[in-house]
Design a protein around this ligand. Structure first.
Ligand code: BGC
Length: 255
């Protein structure tokens, strides 16, 4: 995978899948803006690791639920690396409640972080690509639950369902300008979001048995697909979602 010369923003890049995306694209030669909101030390550590390997990365603290935060990230990419070639809407949270238990505050928070950030991230990245007069890519980190109901996880499923249609609608709108919008939908991944399942042996076993490939993904298995999606090898891929789930959607109930 060759991402040399590309400048990429990854939101929520200092943890979980975001960190694996940063590692994979930096290893392929991209210069990376690592967005974070908490744990600055993790972002700093990642920058150090990438720089030591001869790569380029900076950490930028920004709240992606605001357009000011998104502008700060894109501005940093332009100031530091001269341009923007890809923007990865990765920041996300999960708060499990059924419809009947859900309150307004939880829905607002989950939708703001998972979906609103991605809508305006896509908008502002597209404006930057148009200003540069260059093609560009937006990657929307979704989930199998953009399509697959998960009882007890309503706000998250709603946000990822929205992500699905953001990808399709923005992809169709921006196609003529040679801007690609692609969703990447992981299944179960060994990250902090899944800590509860991963630290309970019987839950973990049940989950693994429901995955045709029989293992929960290592974050790198997702990051490497994102690197491909950003690359020119994926230049005909847009307005759709790539499922990277070990077959879980077809293998049994989610956990
Ligand atoms: C969720 C996980 C869940 C997985 C498979 C992911 O999107 O974040 O909590 O285990 O989907 O159901």
């Amino acid at each position: 995978m060759d991402l040399n010369g590309k400048s990429v923003v990854v939101t929520g890049g200092n943890s979980g899948i975001g960190m694996a995306i940063v590692r994979a694209i930096a290893a392929a030669g991209a210069a990376v803006v690592i967005d974070y909101i908490a744990h600055p030390e993790d972002a700093a550590e990642l920058v150090k690791e990438i720089t030591a390997d001869g790569g380029r990365a900076i950490g930028v603290e920004a709240d992606v639920t605001t357009t000011e935060g998104i502008d700060k990230l894109i501005g940093s990419a332009v100031d530091e690396f001269g341009r923007l070639d890809a923007y990865v809407n990765n920041a996300g949270i999960e708060k499990r409640h059924s419809l009947l238990e859900l309150d307004e505050e939880v829905l607002d928070e989950v939708v703001a972080i998972n979906l609103k950030s991605a809508v305006f991230g896509t908008q502002q990245a597209a404006k930057q690509f148009l200003r540069q007069g260059s093609p560009g890519v937006v990657v929307n980190m979704s989930s199998v639950h953009e399509d697959w109901p998960m009882p007890g996880n309503l706000a998250y499923c709603v946000s990822k369902g929205g992500m699905r249609m953001l990808t399709r609608t923005a992809g169709v709108e921006l196609g003529p300008q040679q801007i690609r919008v692609v969703g990447v939908a992981p299944g179960a991944v060994d990250t902090p979001i899944n800590e509860q399942t991963m630290t309970d042996d019987s839950l973990r076993q049940k989950l693994e048995n429901s995955i045709p490939l029989r293992h929960v993904a290592d974050p790198a298995e997702i990051g490497e697909v994102v690197a491909f999606v950003i690359s020119d090898q994926a230049r005909y891929l847009t307005a759709t979602t790539v499922f990277v789930d070990g077959g879980i959607m077809h293998g049994g109930g989610g956990l």
